[in-house]
Design a protein around this ligand. Structure first.
Ligand SMILES: NC(=O)c1ccc[n+]([C@@H]2O[C@H](COP(=O)([O-])OP(=O)(O)OC[C@H]3O[C@@H](n4cnc5c(N)ncnc54)[C@H](OP(=O)(O)O)[C@@H]3O)[C@@H](O)[C@H]2O)c1
Length: 386
């Protein structure tokens, strides 16, 4: 299960949970490892089975499958993992955490078909890997990733409101790669009025990428008719005004919205200060990409305003997130820090104690890695189940 957790941490956070799977032979040796690379791509169990087949395995009758999350029972963009496990003929399944979403119940389904299923192997670690995804599912809202591009003195804009561009082209390209994989982008009314952003996902040459997010504006005032994000094709694929200042209500509105035929399950909040502060104050931030550029803006707009913290003890703690390319990366002259909220009242995830540990904030200092532009690229596997 440590190896499955390690594999899971390679994937991106978002609409779907991080999941890893490992197949063992009857001697306990690893035959194949798989992991989930985001919504629409192979689930970890399928990825693992395909890799085992590619390695020449045709008979699974003496194998054991370890998976960090209960296999799904659901046919969506991918087939149900329970059916894949049954048709492969895998007799033993070891599960880390149960699935709190409507896709759960796979352990019981497999037992009903005669498989030997054990649930709760490294359960705390497996649950904590997706603790914020679990919370988003329980709250029936999309998963929230925050993008925050700031100066080293924590300003997201200069005194006159200008913020294009604080960060490097490499950082911005990383943001575009995240835009490509989310279902929606959210900004506040002021950001539209001041920056007039397109909120599209573009490649390094400035061309629109295949997948475009739903562009949304949160606020009570009307978005100007001439705003770039209100323009139709080919600039983007739709926009939506969320007439509220309540972040949970905005997310609930988005949860009831479809984009490109699928419900909105992953939102990128890009700012500005008022909207970001509202999401932090409501503890509705599940993941953060914090880009800090080496410039000082002095009397500019601070990254965050009042989030209800009056004394240090009230401050929400965040931890370095070792998943999806690592916790810290150098992007040209910028530093990108990847964070997630610290789990509340639960033991620390012990990914670092696995045989092949990921970089951990509690381990030796993490050498910053340069981002090579490929970390968020989709896998070579087809996105859609034929
Ligand atoms: N560096 C970056 O990453 C980055 C990213 C984005 C923006 N920016 C910069 O940020 C600045 C804009 O920040 P900002 O704080 O003035 O504006 P903002 O957060 O973009 O928008 C504020 C507006 O959003 C609406 N709103 C929705 N929910 C709200 C809530 N809970 N609390 C307060 N307002 C809410 C209100 O408009 P209604 O009156 O319509 O309700 C409010 O006036 C600009 O200078 C922009 O360049 C920087």
């Amino acid at each position: 299960m440590h190896a499955a957790l390690q594999a899971a941490s390679e994937g991106p956070r978002g609409a779907n949970p991080l999941v890893g799977a490992v197949l063992l032979d009857d001697h306990g040796s690893i035959i194949a490892t798989g992991y989930h690379r985001g919504a629409g791509t192979y689930h970890a169990e399928r990825d693992c089975i395909i890799r085992a087949e590619a390695a020449g395995i045709t008979d699974f009758s003496s194998t054991t499958l370890y998976t960090t999350l209960e296999p799904c029972t659901h046919y969506g963009r991918q087939p149900a993992c329970t059916d894949l496990i049954t048709s492969a003929g895998i007799p033993r399944v070891r599960v880390g955490a149960t699935d709190p979403s409507p896709n759960g119940g796979g352990a019981q389904v497999l037992r009903g078909r005669g498989a030997e299923v054990v649930v709760g192997v490294l359960a705390d670690e497996c649950r904590q890997l997706n603790h914020r995804w679990n919370q988003a599912v329980t709250q029936q809202r999309p998963f929230v990733t925050v993008h925050l591009a700031q100066s080293i003195d924590a300003r997201i804009a200069a005194a006159d409101g200008t913020s294009q561009w604080i960060t490097s082209a490499v950082s911005r390209q990383h943001t575009h790669a995240i835009r490509e994989r989310v279902d929606a982008i959210l900004v506040g009314t002021n950001t539209v009025e001041i920056d007039n952003p397109r909120l599209t996902a573009r490649d390094a040459e400035g061309n629109l990428t295949d997948s475009q997010p739903l562009r949304t504006v949160m606020g009570l005032r009307e978005t100007p008719a001439e705003a770039k994000l209100r323009q139709g094709q080919p600039e983007g694929q739709g926009w939506l005004q969320l007439r509220t200042r309540d972040p949970l209500e905005a997310l609930q509105q988005l949860a009831g919205t479809t984009h490109n035929g699928y419900p909105v399950k992953h939102v990128l909040v890009e700012g500005g200060q008022s909207v970001l502060s509202a999401f932090f104050a409501a503890d509705l931030v599940d993941e953060i990409f914090f880009y800090t550029a080496p410039l000082i803006l002095g009397a500019g707009r601070s990254s965050l305003g009042d989030i209800g913290v009056t004394t240090l003890a009230e401050a929400r703690r965040y931890t370095l997130d070792a998943t999806d390319g690592g916790p810290t990366r150098i992007m040209d002259d910028d530093v990108c820090i990847h964070l997630q909220p610290e789990p509340k009242g639960a033991p620390e995830c012990s990914l670092a104690s696995s045989p092949a540990p990921v970089q951990s904030p509690s381990a030796s200092p993490i050498p910053p890695k340069a981002w090579n532009g490929s970390a968020l690229k989709p896998p070579a596997t087809p996105k859609v189940w034929p």
